[in-house]
Design a protein around this ligand. Structure first.
Ligand SMILES: Nc1ncnc2c1ncn2[C@@H]1O[C@H](COP(=O)(O)OP(=O)(O)OP(=O)(O)O)[C@@H](O)[C@H]1O
Length: 356
């Protein structure tokens, strides 16, 4: 598939404390890409560099085969054909919603511009609010207006910086769904910055995970969730029971079993099994493991139990859709080895991790 956005060797130093890059990245047409990572890892800086709001120290940014930023070229943001939706929406307060959307179409023939605005108002369900000013709209409506304004000039790509973060949970989910539908309907390529792992996994065709100014993993939602490259990546997308053990004979020997794995570690090294709460499965037979229920929480479809297990310092968390009734405060369980990840304990050199 055609690579529409190409970033090569991009570096930007911000003060003495933070350097972004070098970043290499390519995005294909019509993809929705989610850029994720903890606060301060450089997501917004990368987005601003692509938009042209910041200048790179070195490296290049290309769009549709044309260089936008490089050693001897810098295309101004308004000439890049890139749409931007800011976290606070940044609508022009003195213009109506219709005028806001029309703004990017000033150079188009009037009739054509008006037809496009009407279409975008309809797509974002804002037709009835076209004459209102931004302060007369709810947060969700403002977000949709900002997206309509960004899409109006038919940009090659739309960049969105935390577009849903100012909204409450229900609205956030609805808008997320509507936004993705609109991006797909208009065949728009988009890069969406979020620090919400679940949001990224649910909407991104591709996920890019950043840490300390670097991209540490990119791929599909399944790649990042199921096969994280390191502990940071694993813990960013899921919660785990971290069970310590000793690595011998191709197995990690822990207090709750020996699990086959391949680690680039010396015999006898300490390592951790990362066990998902849903891989701690209820077990009816008496040869299973057992734990005393320390805490229980009902979460609708699933229930969560914290189990005190002999040999483990920390409680083992179990999540299950089964409705269990502990017998004398005890639950029996087994570990499903399929999804366990293995990482060296802190301080060990090797980095290899693999599901058994
Ligand atoms: N103008 C600046 N001068 C110096 N340092 C800056 C500047 N702008 C940002 N930084 C620093 O650069 C780092 C990356 O910031 P950036 O806003 O890109 O992170 P982010 O991942 O988008 O964070 P958040 O999720 O909190 O918005 C941070 O450590 C920030 O403090």
């Amino acid at each position: 598939m055609q690579s529409m956005l190409a970033v090569n060797g991009l570096v930007r130093r911000l003060g003495p404390g933070f350097t972004l890059g070098p970043i290499d990245l390519s995005i294909e047409a019509r993809q929705i890409v989610c850029l994720v990572g903890h606060s301060g890892c450089g997501k917004s800086t990368l987005l601003r560099l692509i938009a042209g709001i910041e200048r790179p120290g070195s490296g290049t940014i290309g769009l549709n085969g044309k260089i936008l930023a490089g050693p001897d070229r810098f295309v101004e943001p308004e000439k890049r054909n890139i749409g931007f939706v800011f976290q606070d929406y940044a609508l022009f307060p003195h213009m109506t919603i219709e005028q806001n959307i029309l703004f990017g179409l000033r150079k188009r023939p009037r009739k054509e511009a008006q037809t496009r605005v009407a279409m975008l108002l309809e797509l974002t369900a804002l037709t009835a609010m076209a004459d209102r000013y931004p302060h007369m709209l709810s947060g969700g409506e403002q977000q949709r207006a900002a997206l309509a304004r960004a899409l109006a000039p038919e940009p090659s790509i739309v960049l969105m910086d935390e577009p849903f973060s100012n909204l409450d949970r229900d609205l956030r989910e609805r808008l997320r769904h509507d936004t993705v539908a609109l991006l797909r309907q208009t065949h728009t390529t988009a890069v969406i910055v979020t620090h919400d792992a679940e949001e990224a996994l649910s909407i991104g065709d591709r996920i890019i995970l950043m840490k300390s100014g670097q991209i540490i993993q990119q791929g599909s939602s399944r790649d990042l969730h199921d096969q994280p490259v390191d502990r940071y990546s694993a813990e960013f997308f899921s919660s785990f029971n971290r069970v310590p053990g000793s690595y011998r004979d191709g197995k990690l020997h822990t207090a709750i079993g020996a699990f086959p794995c391949q680690l680039d570690l010396a015999e006898g090294s300490q390592a951790l099994a990362f066990i998902r709460p849903q891989a701690v499965c209820p077990c009816l037979s008496f040869d299973g493991l057992s734990g005393s229920v320390l805490a229980h929480s009902f979460r609708g479809e699933i229930e969560q139990f914290s189990l005190g297990v002999e040999g483990l310092e920390k409680p083992l968390v179990m999540r299950t859709t089964q409705r269990l009734t502990p017998h004398k405060g005890i639950l029996r369980f087994r570990i499903d080895p399929q999804t366990i990840l293995f990482f060296p304990a802190a301080g060990q050199d090797a980095s290899n991790s693999q599901a058994a």
